[in-house]
Write a protein that binds this ligand. Structure first.
Ligand SMILES: [Zn+2]
Length: 455
């Protein structure tokens, strides 16, 4: 079905539960030492004399392994080695930036000939030559510039001067995160175990979800929890047989209604209402218990009050149920989107832009947050993700004139709950289908096609 698959790496975030002070102190300590190691590498290897050594991270790692810093900090290798490597990458980035700025200067310097510019660009490309120029060593002429009449002394001076102007040690940055190699962590029973400073002792970070990784991860130390960045390989599939364009109305009741009349996720509304119903029922029970709790306290029965508090008013069970309900709905949404892709084989999906209270997404934060937190937001998010991993184009058009206009004749019609009725031509049908047909008409007329006239 698919051919020439390739993959993209996405970074996903995972959050820990609130962590005890001791664990937070451990994480902050590792982050601080990680930053110290990086600063030390910057000090040692960001100078002009180290430019040539940067070619081999391996050599630098060997040097750093034997310089005594690791032992002095008592920082486990799984963190130490990555800090060294990260710092080398930063230094290389700094040099890349310096070279870019020199190239930009040279390009607009009118005192230079075309050959002069070529010479400077060639030197910048070859680190061995560049290093020789910077340290004032004699160097042979690069092959490309051989035989040209150049004032090499003047040009080398220019390179040195510009380098001095632009080179700076990479900044230490915030010491609030660190990377861990796979050897430094393990998962067990919903917890992430990190190598600690004590041999064989691991520090447990209870996680909010079940995601795991087998690659290098990064820990961000927050106020009383941590965020974990996990690289995730996602396969992108190309489906040769996906060549249709489908027009989809996204609804609260039926998830996806197509202009062809096909519906996917027709139980979304029912399932979502049932979920709300069950949670409301649970809440009713909880408020009855809260009442009893207050009565017991008023009557001086502290023992009973404490029992109620422990057994009936905890958040754990309620949160678990809420999470279960949400997971059930999400599974349903994902299954139905998959079913739609498999059955419709679309190369392109056209939907309307989400309606936000503000004019743009950034201007009305609370309304947008509500939208993305909602089920509709989740449907849109998953649809976009599944489109990108299946090489399906997702187009959003403005929703104006897709709701109350008749898709058969273009007159203003009436909506009665889930039904649409047109007084002008007598068209009657599901409001969602009418909307999807309007999306199709609008998309086609905007893209130069003749509006499809239906009987
Ligand atoms: Zn009509």
């Amino acid at each position: 079905m698919s051919e020439k698959d390739y993959s993209i790496t996405k970074t996903i975030r995972q959050r820990t539960m609130p962590l005890p002070e001791e664990t937070m102190a451990f994480l902050s300590g590792i982050a601080a030492d990680y930053a110290r190691v990086k600063v030390c590498v910057y000090e040692r290897y960001s100078g002009i004399r180290s430019l040539e050594n940067l070619a081999s991270v391996f050599d630098i790692q060997t040097d750093m392994r034997h310089c005594g810093l690791r032992e002095q900090l008592n920082l486990p290798s799984v963190y130490y080695e990555l800090a060294v490597r990260e710092a080398v990458t930063d230094i290389r980035g700094m040099w890349g930036m310096v070279k870019n700025r020199i190239r930009a200067c040279v390009a607009v310097n009118e005192g230079l000939s075309a050959n002069d510019r070529m010479y400077v660009r060639t030197i910048l490309k070859l680190d061995a030559f560049y290093a020789a120029v910077l340290t004032g060593r004699k160097h042979p002429m690069p092959e490309k510039a051989e035989g040209l009449a150049l004032d090499v002394k003047r040009l080398d001076n220019l390179i040195r001067r510009l380098t001095r102007r632009f080179r700076k040690k990479p900044a230490a940055g915030q010491a609030d995160n660190f990377a861990v190699s796979p050897a430094g962590y393990a998962y067990r029973e919903g917890q992430l175990f990190l190598v600690s400073r004590t041999r064989r002792k691991r520090v447990a970070l209870p996680l909010k979800d079940q995601k795991t990784s087998g690659r290098q991860i990064r820990i961000f130390v927050r106020e009383n929890y941590a965020d974990i960045a996990i690289p995730l390989e996602t396969r992108v599939k190309r489906h040769r047989d996906f060549c249709n364009t489908i027009f989809v109305h996204l609804g609260f009741h039926c998830m996806c209604t197509l202009s062809s009349g096909a519906v996917y996720g027709e139980d979304l509304g029912t399932l979502s209402a049932a979920k709300t119903e069950r949670l409301t029922e649970k809440n009713r029970g909880r408020s009855r218990m809260r009442e009893k709790y207050r009565e017991s306290l008023a009557a001086g029965d502290h023992k009973k009050a404490a029992a109620i508090e422990a057994n009936n008013l905890g958040h754990a069970s309620y949160d678990r149920q809420k999470q279960r309900e949400r997971a059930r709905l999400e599974t349903y949404i994902n299954t139905e989107i998959n079913r739609m892709l498999a059955a419709e084989k679309p190369a392109r999906i056209v939907v309307t832009k989400p309606i936000t209270a503000g004019r743009s997404l950034s201007k009305n934060r609370p309304a947008n947050r509500k939208l993305t937190g909602s089920l509709q937001g989740y449907v849109r998010k998953r649809l976009a993700e599944k489109c990108s991993t299946n090489s399906v184009a997702l187009e959003e058009i403005n929703s104006r004139d897709t709701g109350f206009v008749c898709s058969a004749c273009g007159a203003q019609g009436e909506r009665r709950k889930e039904l649409f009725y047109c007084g002008a031509c007598g068209y009657a049908g599901a409001a969602a289908v009418n909307a999807a047909r309007n999306i199709e008409n609008k998309y086609n007329s905007e893209n130069g096609k003749v509006m499809h006239v239906r009987e």
